[in-house]
Design a protein around this ligand. Structure first.
Ligand SMILES: [Zn+2]
Length: 86
């Protein structure tokens, strides 16, 4: 489990309160799900187990497996990213 550390805070999958390194405002980050390595691994894994557990699990798994990018709502600067793996 790896987390990006920037500005002294650990990022998670949810919006996080931190100080923006760009505009120096205390903000709650905007969290965007982005496709990471694990997303593709999950896709491959779901192809293998999909016939066992059913397709209803796919949307949940995909969202849970995505990396989460944090941006500043004030100046739209990139603040950090939470990676599921790597
Ligand atoms: Zn900012």
């Amino acid at each position: 489990m790896a987390t990006a550390v920037l500005g002294g805070g650990n990022f998670t999958a949810v919006p996080t309160r931190t100080t923006c390194p760009s505009c120096h405002q205390e903000v709650t980050t905007v969290a965007n799900h982005t496709s990471g390595l694990l997303t593709w691994l999950a896709c491959a894994g779901l192809c293998l187990i999909g016939c066992v557990f059913g397709c209803c699990l796919i949307p949940f798994c995909i969202d849970e497996c995505k990396d989460v990018e944090h941006r500043c709502p004030n100046c739209d600067s990139y603040i950090g990213v939470y990676k599921r793996i790597g």
